[in-house]
Design a binder for this molecule. Structure first.
Ligand SMILES: [Mn+2]
Length: 356
């Protein structure tokens, strides 16, 4: 099915599907393993569509081998009780609907063949399930399966409740990578959904973009920033140095995101010092030196330790508790050897914190 001029075709297929469903009182909807937001959203939305149009039909959603990381966030953000959508163990499925699934391999423990009656609703480029399906709603030129269900709802004038609208928009945003991969049908589906609930669009965005940070991580990052010393390299690049006891990676990420070209985080634990280095793309491009791994290798050689990593991210463990001034001395030497003069802009509290 193409999307161009495809609404008529979609309408016919949708009515055909409802006709098939009429004779099957118990329906099991399956999506792929490690279900993503699109898989979950399109399954739950299809369940809603079926039960709205056929009150006597029961549709159940099965998620083989759980849901993926982003989907967990969406489920939690919307307080969805996925178990309540599942079938009781005694349920016999009169009909199976594969949603957002492109091969039987994606549905572990499920055997095709032996006259299994099933339907496919999907948007993947190739779908090996279509051959034996009773009916297939397979739209390759659609960016997500949630879109297909939204357009089917539009055809039938089915109006999902707000949480479901948010869920479906999340599915669409996830599969289109925040609309980067959107197709005309994406906007058509979003138009229908946001007309029903305009706040749901913003809500889906904030659920998808929220990263849950623990309190201890937030504290480590804020401590790391407040202790940071600021240095210049040839009056051009900014180097930030700090010390923290945990979450070094998050601390350095914050420093780099705030504009530092190079970030160092030190952590000292009983008898050893760990130095972590991050370098921005800007400084890597300008210096043409794999700065992070180069610097950690240098420090490992200088202080006797082991380290390494990538040009943008590396670390070294030094088997002694080195003092701030010792580190500064070797950093000055390292940068000087590469033609970069290190000047102090602001020393920062890390110098005292590390030696405490
Ligand atoms: Mn999908």
């Amino acid at each position: 099915m193409n999307y161009l001029g495809g609404m008529e075709e979609l309408r016919n297929l949708t009515y055909e599907l409802l006709n098939i469903i009429r004779t099957h009182p118990s329906i099991c909807i399956l999506t792929h393993r490690d279900a993503d937001p699109d898989g979950i959203a399109s399954s739950v939305a299809l369940k809603y569509l079926i039960e709205t149009k056929h009150h006597e039909t029961r549709a159940y959603v099965a998620l083989p081998e759980g849901v993926n990381r982003v989907a967990k966030r969406v489920v939690k953000g919307l307080k969805l009780d996925l178990e309540s959508y599942g079938a009781p163990s005694t349920t016999r499925c009169d009909l199976h609907i594969f949603v957002d699934v492109s091969s039987s391999y994606q549905v572990p423990g499920f055997r095709l063949g032996s006259g299994l009656r099933y339907v496919v609703v999907d948007h993947h480029e190739t779908n090996e399930l279509v051959d034996d399906a009773l009916i297939t709603i397979h739209a390759k030129e659609v960016a997500s399966t949630s879109e297909i269900i939204a357009l089917m709802m539009e055809v039938l004038n089915v109006k999902p409740y707000d949480e479901l609208v948010t869920l479906m928009i999340s599915g669409i945003l996830y599969d289109t990578k925040n609309l980067r991969l959107a197709k005309p049908t994406t906007f058509k589906a979003l138009h229908y959904l946001t007309n029903l609930c305009v706040e749901c669009y913003e809500q889906a965005h904030s659920i998808l973009s929220s990263t849950e940070t623990s309190r201890s991580e937030v504290i480590a990052v804020l401590k790391g920033i407040s202790r940071a010393g600021l240095y210049e390299l040839n009056k051009e690049f900014l180097l930030a140095i700090t010390c923290v006891g945990a979450y070094e990676a998050s601390v350095m990420k914050s420093l780099i995101n705030s504009g530092a070209d190079v970030a160092l985080a030190l952590s000292r634990r009983s008898g050893e010092t760990r130095v972590y280095v991050r370098a921005s793309q800007r400084v890597l491009n300008a210096l043409k030196v794999p700065l992070a791994s180069d610097l950690t290798t240098y420090l490992a050689r200088h202080f006797g330790g082991s380290g390494g990593g990538h040009k943008g991210a590396a670390g070294v463990t030094i088997p002694s508790e080195i003092r701030a001034e010792e580190l500064m001395k070797s950093l000055r030497e390292y940068f000087m050897e590469r033609g970069l003069r290190l000047d102090v802009l602001e020393e920062g509290r890390w110098v005292r914190s590390i030696d405490e």
